[in-house]
Design a binder for this molecule. Structure first.
Ligand SMILES: [Zn+2]
Ligand SMILES: [Zn+2]
Length: 265
């Protein structure tokens, strides 16, 4: 079997990502309530008790809200780096020692028939990191919650078959919107979030011949809209010379509705 994945939920209100093979079933982040997490899995017809483990990206509540309760309910091991463990420990309740595991920054761990690589992002959390997933020559990259896309990140995620990539806000909507200036500055800064424009700008260096799908993720509910994000990224990528809609597809993600399970072929 190939890898298959679903963006279970994405946005500032909660994030969760599922990826599985024949032997390995991974959840990345559990940013919705335990009950909502169970519902998301039932919608993609994956039994949460069949999961192998949970990987954590960083301690922001939109990534760990349901982590403790979900991990206890299904007795799942949790993986995070040391600083993230420290930063989230007080908000996830008691986790048994035999459920606690380390996943160091910039390392590769082999789980069953999948290799998972962690990489650092610039974001205002203790030690935030995201992941690429490798199985039988196929590669999927998950990249959200970052202030800017460094050359190093581009190298790490390039040539992926599928990318889940942040398109957080429309810069004009954010500027004109009602957020206090300090919050606007945080979002626009180097440790905040990637805009639609910056998303497209980074993608032009990342996309290659084998890239078939891009999921626009972590959209701000106040400063972006699905249509706007898709249009903006499509227009920019078209200007850069990419043919969107044939071999390369852009997909939406949703804060509450999982994307259909996609087989990476
Ligand atoms: Zn987030
Ligand atoms: Zn965050």
């Amino acid at each position: 079997m190939t890898m298959q994945f679903s963006v279970l939920a994405s946005g500032s209100t909660g994030n969760a990502f599922y990826i599985g093979t024949e032997k390995e079933r991974i959840l990345v982040d559990a940013g919705l309530s335990g009950k909502e997490m169970t519902r998301l899995f039932s919608e993609i017809h994956v039994d949460p008790s069949s999961l192998s483990r949970i990987l954590v990206t960083h301690e922001h509540s939109d990534h760990i809200k349901g982590l403790g309760i979900f991990a206890r309910k299904y007795n799942l091991p949790i993986y995070a780096n040391e600083k993230t463990w420290k930063a989230m420990e007080s908000s996830i309740g008691k986790i048994a020692l035999d459920q606690k595991f380390l996943f160091d920054m910039e390392t590769v761990q082999t789980f069953g028939d999948m290799d998972v690589e962690s990489f650092a992002v610039s974001h205002d959390a203790a030690d935030p990191m995201f992941y690429t997933f490798h199985h039988h020559g196929k590669k999927v990259a998950l990249v959200t919650d970052l202030g800017y896309v460094s050359e190093r990140i581009k190298k790490t995620v390039e040539a992926a078959d599928a990318l889940i990539f942040e398109a957080n806000h429309d810069v004009e909507m954010l500027r004109m919107g009602h957020y206090p200036w300090s919050v606007k500055r945080r979002i626009l800064g180097d440790s905040g979030h990637v805009s639609n424009e910056d998303c497209a700008f980074a993608l032009q260096d990342i996309i290659d011949n084998q890239t078939k799908r891009i999921y626009l993720a972590h959209l701000s509910k106040d400063n972006n809209m699905k249509d706007l994000a898709r249009m903006s990224v499509t227009n920019s990528l078209t200007e850069y010379g990419f043919d969107i809609g044939n071999k390369l597809m852009l997909h939406d993600t949703d804060p509450k509705v999982p994307t259909p399970l996609y087989q990476v072929i």
